[in-house]
Design a protein around this ligand. Structure first.
Ligand SMILES: [Zn+2]
Length: 278
């Protein structure tokens, strides 16, 4: 799999064959505001938070976003939030710079002794360390940390819901980078392919999770998760599954009005995509 190519430089090897999800046994930076954005500094919106690594026991700091200071503009169709000035999604992963243990902040630190051993042996051993970054993360810094979190979720045999959500968030930062690039940037195609690979893993993992894990999954209720899965399925051109999922969101009595409106919009998009694919 190409997603983890280049991670060898960190001292992690043998990852090419790594699958994020085990098989079961059977838009855009707003260009108009670009000038205004330059006056505000991303650094002013982040701070260093102290952590104690449960794997290597060393203390480190990880960058966090000052919540409440940013205004959300809109969501992508798969609910990736877009903010008016910076992309706070870049900071959703906590990474130990010494041993590489990483996870989305919501899952950080809840480890069994066995998981700690596995992370020590398969990630920490030989890990060359992460650069302690001054200032804001670039998209590459963020993508690297998200990929580390994805690797750690597999190594510690996290539930499919966690693996899938980590893959989804990785897809979102990769998309963030692609959309912040010049439209014709040569790397955009590779970024798009990586995003699709992450979305496929997210879809497969969520599909397993909804049949085996209690809701909320990754903090999402059933309708929200099925809505996101319907849009991922659309992007993956799995139109039948996409239509089935969005149908169940629309007809569910527990879907709130806002999500139902989004779901009706998505249903139209699915119809258009199906028509265009013929
Ligand atoms: Zn550590």
């Amino acid at each position: 799999m190409g997603l983890f190519e280049g991670m060898e430089g960190l001292g992690l090897s043998g990852l090419n064959e790594m699958n994020v999800i085990d098989k079961p046994h059977t838009a855009d930076i707003n260009k108009e505001n670009a000038a205004a954005l330059l006056e505000r500094k991303e650094e002013d919106y982040i701070f260093d938070k102290k952590y104690q690594c449960p794997v290597c026991d060393l203390g480190f700091t990880s960058k966090c976003v000052k919540t409440g200071k940013l205004k959300k503009q809109k969501n992508d169709t798969d609910l990736r939030p877009i903010y008016d000035f910076m992309d706070p999604l870049k900071y959703d992963v906590v990474s130990c710079e010494y041993c590489g243990y990483s996870s989305l902040a919501r899952y950080y630190g809840r480890l069994s002794n066995h998981q700690i051993m596995e992370l020590k042996n398969k990630v920490g051993k030989g890990f060359k360390g992460l650069e302690d970054k001054e200032g804001a993360y670039s998209y590459d810094d963020a993508i690297l940390r998200h990929k580390l979190a994805l690797i750690c979720s597999v190594v510690k045999k996290a539930k499919n819901g966690e693996r899938a959500y980590t893959a989804l968030k990785t897809a979102w930062v990769i998309r963030g980078k692609r959309l912040s690039n010049d439209e014709n940037a040569p790397e955009n195609k590779a970024l798009y392919n990586d995003e699709m690979e992450c979305l496929k893993n997210a879809y497969d993992g969520f599909m397993l999770a909804i049949s085996s894990e209690p809701f909320p999954i990754a903090g999402m209720d059933e309708n929200t998760l099925k809505y996101i899965m319907a849009d991922i399925a659309r992007k993956l051109k799995k139109y039948e599954e996409s239509a089935r999922l969005i149908g169940s969101v629309i007809t569910s009595k527990s879907t709130n009005k806002r999500l139902k409106d989004e779901a009706l919009n998505l249903k139209e998009l699915i119809k258009q995509d199906i028509a265009n694919s013929r």
